[in-house]
Design a protein around this ligand. Sequence first.
Ligand SMILES: CCCCCCCCCCCCC/C=C/[C@@H](O)[C@H](COP(=O)(O)O)NC(=O)CCCCCCCCCCCCCCC
Ligand SMILES: Nc1ncnc2c1ncn2[C@@H]1O[C@H](COP(=O)(O)OP(=O)(O)O)[C@@H](O)[C@H]1O
Ligand SMILES: [Ca+2]
Length: 565
Amino acid sequence: MIGSDVRMENYRVLLADRMSLRIRPADVVLTRNAIMWMEVEKSWKPSAGVSGTACWRTVQVCEIVAVRRTEDEAQENTQTQKPNWRSKQHLLQYPYSFTVSYVKRSGQHQWRCSDVTFYCADCELCDLWIQVTNEQLALLANRPKSLLVYINPYGGKRQGKYIYEQKVAPVFRRAGISTDVIVTERANHARDHLKTEANLDKYDGVVCVGGDGMFSEILHGLVSRTQSDHKVDQDQPDAELVPCSLRIGIIPAGSTDCICFATTGTIDPVTSALHIVVGDSQPMDVCSVHHNNGFLRYCVSMLGYGFYGDMLTDSETKRWLGPARYDLSGIKTFLNHNYYEGTVSFLPAEENLGSPRDKLLCRSGCLVCQHKSAIKDKHSETSEEREKPGSDSWRAICGKFIAINAANISCACPRSPKGLSPSAHLADGSTDLILVRECSRLDFFKHLLRHTNKEDQFDHSFVEVHRVRKFRFQPNHDSMVILEQDEPHKEGGPPPLYSSQPIPQFNADSNWNCDGEILPHTAIQVSVQCQLIRLFARGIEEQQQQQALLEEPCTLLAFNQNTDY
Ligand SMILES: CCCCCCCCCCCCC/C=C/[C@@H](O)[C@H](COP(=O)(O)O)NC(=O)CCCCCCCCCCCCCCC
Ligand SMILES: Nc1ncnc2c1ncn2[C@@H]1O[C@H](COP(=O)(O)OP(=O)(O)O)[C@@H](O)[C@H]1O
Ligand SMILES: [Ca+2]
């Protein structure tokens, strides 16, 4: 939290005697949508001495975190801050106060919880302000009141527990959100708990503290639970999956954290906590992955075969290195320079969804995703026909590939601020299929380098990219990776998907990297499930949107040192 941004001695707020929609000669005004107060910004110039500008600050009610009485805090502050005679006088004159905690944007998509304290002479008036502001907050029905939190203590730099306790829990406490916290004891603990045990009726959302792998556990737990509650068979690639009712919050504490970065524009635990508190909602597409009509996994960020699959397989033996394992394995995989033969067939997305090479970025309130949301239910029989593999709409490409990547979202992350596919959309029902054909090391290096700068990574003769709704991959040698099994494989059931054991490889093919997990098969069928889940996020805010909300104060009057405003 950052402390009060208003110093008591230069600040004297008189509360309006009743709530007013008109701007009256009061210093603080609460309307149905916003709270506004007048604030003084002092500046000093050698020629003019101290001067100041009085301006209105505005905070939308939907971005207020909490409101509470502050006499105790104010007294504590005066004891520690050695108040001057003016502030002492203020306290005597205006002994009652309340503090409003609100979202303050601090640039680079980061949010902070800031406090402003209002002083007043009348106790009842002070209580009335707290009551009315709280009544306004209670009308915001999308805010969570109760959350189920899972912490992976071993994700990323192993800071998950510390990050939650020190940075996130205080924000939730301030907002009056109750939490049940589970620190996971093994891989798949969170997934299994959500799938079978958790009483989900008690909660308004699930929070995951960890990386993309931990998010994937929560995703699998929630989606599988929802399908089994609605008797939907996940093994059917064409089954119409039921969207999850609970939203998921991500507190970044992993190695890549690309799902958090691509949906909030930053990887900052406090920002994520505040997106949860204000009850943001961002729909997200999910890819379902099948092998021979048996369900394998869901994927939200990247499905990568070849380069990213090999890199992940190598990095699993270097987990002790933390996030740096990816860089080391990345260099090793780059030097190995393997390519793989196979056939990719795909169903292109509708043309109105744009192209991966257009410059239309998916940002907060994205019109492409909103349009998709509006027409989602109008799925006709002709489109079903069109989607069947073998119909004329499908295309097939056979060749030798260094990498086959499906970016369901941009996959922007600190390593690659634009991501694998900068124009991919969060909720348009499509995924961007990037095919990198056999090429020289130098050419592949140039392509990789463009993930880190502003140049177009698709502008190479050996790279092609398609926006698709479904795709399949068939390697030339369909070998299977054998997992060391945690649990006996039931006869007739699907093969085991998860293993905490190292994965031995003896295959001529690569592996699929699915949100940071290795798939046990190389021949796969992938289908985008439009807006299957919702996150506590709002998409990346445009620079202009941010700027407008950075509380640009509007100047009302100026005063000099002697003006007792
Ligand atoms: C020359 C510099 C090249 C830098 C290329 C950076 C590309 C980064 C693309 C990132 C895509 C991320 C997609 C998301 C994947 C995650 O779901 C998934 C799981 O995340 P979690 O661990 O948090 O659970 N993460 C991953 O699979 C790891 C992706 C990170 C890849 C880093 C690769 C570094 C490659 C370095 C090559 C260097 C070649 C230099 C030769 C001299
Ligand atoms: N308590 C635990 N012990 C071991 N592994 C765990 C535990 N909790 C979760 N995991 C697993 O750790 C893996 C990596 O988690 P993640 O939070 O994504 O970190 P990272 O980004 O560093 O990979 C996930 O596959 C998850 O299933
Ligand atoms: Ca998408």
